[in-house]
Write a protein that binds this ligand. Structure first.
Ligand code: PLP
Length: 283
């Protein structure tokens, strides 16, 4: 089946789909994006993704390219035309094309691109065995709450993790506190069984999966504190895990080569993972 993309008003074959060479997304990374999971042909947590998208656009003062009900129709149509049952939708909105000048253009129409593709469900072995993370300095800007397409530090960090044989890199701020992964949120479980994750400040992206896991934690009555934690605290934690749209929840069993707890996925993370995966499947 040929892949179809929605680009600035049209559904096109991928090889015909293109944006302008002076698009500000291309020239300045002046745009935002969302990645939404598709499970069983349905979008997981679409509403929360659209709320975050609206917020990102508002923070950058980019006009929404269309009303939200219309956007939902486009997203649904791209999923349908690509025959995606399990996969992802990628959605990008930029400030539009205009002669290159840093300040906002007087008149530019925001560019909307929506693509969708089938993906394999997250490898169950990663959930069963757990994954390794390394820690790296957080060299990003001070508005990581905006889901901007400017991802160079994240790209470099993820590559560093890959080269170190790890799944993810946890970024660490100047106070030695973990902010988040390069494309995932970071969590630990302390010795007394409290789940700890950084509060959604401007140093992290407020993950949609993070919010779903917080809902589960509150509903099930687990102890929870939203606060930063240090690398040392993470290394001494009973359990650690990460969350994202594409990874779901994955247990972190090694940090910088040192085992977390017993070096095996912990029971609380596994319970949360099972509950989340079932919820996402029933979305
Ligand atoms: N943090 C960063 C920097 C991300 O890029 C992502 C996802 O891409 C996340 C966290 C997790 O967010 P979500 O759960 O919405 O996928």
């Amino acid at each position: 089946m040929s892949r179809i993309a929605y680009v600035a008003g049209q559904y096109l074959m991928h090889r015909q789909a293109a944006v302008h060479i002076e698009d500000r997304g291309f020239q300045f990374a002046d745009g935002v994006y969302e990645v939404i999971a598709v499970r069983g042909g349905r979008l997981v947590d679409e509403e929360r993704h659209l709320v975050r998208l609206r917020r990102s656009l508002g923070e950058l003062r980019i006009d929404p390219p269309m009303a939200e009900p219309a956007l939902k129709v486009v997203i649904g149509e791209v999923v349908r035309r690509n025959g995606v049952d399990t996969g992802i939708v990628y959605l990008q909105i930029t400030r539009g094309a205009a002669p290159r000048e840093h300040a906002f253009p007087k008149a530019a129409t925001p560019t909307l691109v929506v693509t969708a593709r089938r993906t394999k469900p997250p490898d169950p072995r990663l959930g069963e065995d757990g994954i390794a993370v390394i820690t790296i300095p957080d060299i990003r800007w001070q508005r990581c709450d905006i889901k901007s397409v400017a991802l160079i530090p994240n790209v470099l960090g993820k590559q560093q993790a890959r080269e170190a044989g790890a799944f993810e890199a946890w970024q660490v701020d100047r106070d030695g506190e973990v902010t988040e992964g390069t494309s995932t949120n970071a969590w630990i479980v302390t010795a007394d069984g409290t789940v700890v994750t950084r509060a959604a400040d401007t140093a992290i992206l407020n993950g949609v999966t993070r919010l779903a896991i917080l809902d589960i934690i509150r509903r099930e009555g687990y102890r929870l504190v939203e606060r930063p934690f240090t690398v040392a605290e993470a290394k001494a934690a009973r359990e650690a895990f990460l969350t994202s749209t594409t990874a779901d929840l994955l247990p972190v069993v090694r940090i910088d080569g040192a085992p977390v707890g017993e070096g095996r996925p912990g029971p609380l993370g596994q319970k949360l993972r099972a509950t989340y995966v079932a919820l996402a499947a029933a979305a």
